[in-house]
Write a protein that binds this ligand. Sequence first.
Ligand code: NAI
Length: 481
Amino acid sequence: MVKICCLGAGYVGGPTMAVIALKCPDVEVVVVDISAARIDAWNSDALPIYEPGLDDVVRRCRGRNLFFSSDVERHVGEADIVFVSVNTPTKARGLGAGKAADLTYWESAARMIAAVATSDKVVVEKSTVPVKTAEAIEKILDHNGRDGVGFQILSNPEFLAEGTAIRDLLAPDRVLIGGRETAAGRAAVQALKDVYARWVPEERILTTNLWSAELSKLAANAFLAQRISSVNAMSALCEATGADVAEVAYAVGKDSRIGAKFLNASVGFGGSCFQKDILNLVYICECNGLPEVANYWKQVIKINDYQKSRFVNRVVSSMFNTVAGKKIAVLGFAFKKDTGDTRETPAIDVCKGLIGDKAKVSIYDPQVTEDQVQRDLAMSKFDWDHPVHLQPMSPTAIKQVSVAWDAYEAARAAHGVCILTEWDEFRSLDYARIYGGMQKPAFVFDGRNVVDAEKLREIGFIVYSIGKPLDAWLKDMPAVA
Ligand code: NAI
């Protein structure tokens, strides 16, 4: 019986291992973490992350062949295959600060594996890492491991998207496995392939060399983010010309070479990966003497920052150039719908922008707690992507920010409503009721194009929708980005 251990019980480690356990009932899967609180939550009825379908998979496997434990060393020692799915944040200080990946957690995981391993192990990079990381990890394992214990390192990046993680894991577009092109390397690739082959069709399991697999993950995230920045750049031009970004994106996406997915204009992309992975790609390009390539990808992030500040400027300029003392309702704080994850959510920059202009911000998100909101708004850039138990627990609350229990409460007596996450429930709110309770003129700034702007205008709102033709009011008060 193959034993699998996964280091890191986060958004990737938890769901990925739960699905492996579901599909391979004869394989024992143990997920371990240095955060005892996170492991306790995985062993409770309130899982530490919200992901549709996850509860059900965990309930079916936990205690059968899926276990969550803080006894890291024991389970690593017993495993045949060790997945490493720990944080790989952007370096906040030192060489490469603000760009390079911080591999502190990965390195300490590798040293621990080397120290406790008494039998051969296949070590799988599940975290997103810079290309060539496997070489460094191999050195750590080989120099620190016991005599006679062999390690094979594989790159098996994860392509799941939060919000649809279980669906993506059950029916992935592809599984990618990179390994050394030696007999032992090929045997390790085959061992991991055998795990996925239980439910993933053979033609969807791609095998490559290590560096292609590592780089493909960074490349995939860069391409995805680039599509969003491309359509967001178009959205600014649409507003300036009277074109409608939804119509433009539809017409563009009909070209089968381009395709229709991932072309929704918005207030900007967020999430723990896109920015971090592009910064990392930029750094790798610079280190390899490719400044033109680095600058090309850097632009994807610049447009994303531009889109967020453009949104804030639009809010402020529409409301007579000041939001000081005005209540602004923020609907949605998570970086996308169907997740409670707020890492790098555009809502952070938008709220900070509004607070900077002295607005009073009232936030409602169905999956985000007040504590989380306060922590996110208090945290400095690049400090968020560290294990939970290393993050500040009770930040000093920002007084200008409150968290409401529903959208109506958030919008009560507000001057404006900003929609920042595309939660389905925001499409069907009683906007007439919201309008009735707001200050006038009442504004809606739709950062996700979820509301029917015409219907809201009939109610009396002044509506701004990203990339859509502007109301006369907004045309008279142009935002300066
Ligand atoms: P996360 O922060 O949710 O989980 C990482 C976990 O690793 C934390 O619970 C932390 O306590 C634990 N950890 C850190 N050092 C450890 C150690 N030495 N031993 C045991 N546990 C340790 O992060 P998430 O989102 O799961 O991401 C993990 C990796 O996967 C990152 O490299 C990320 O870029 C990548 N990734 C993330 C995706 C996502 O949608 N969140 C998708 C694809 C890849």
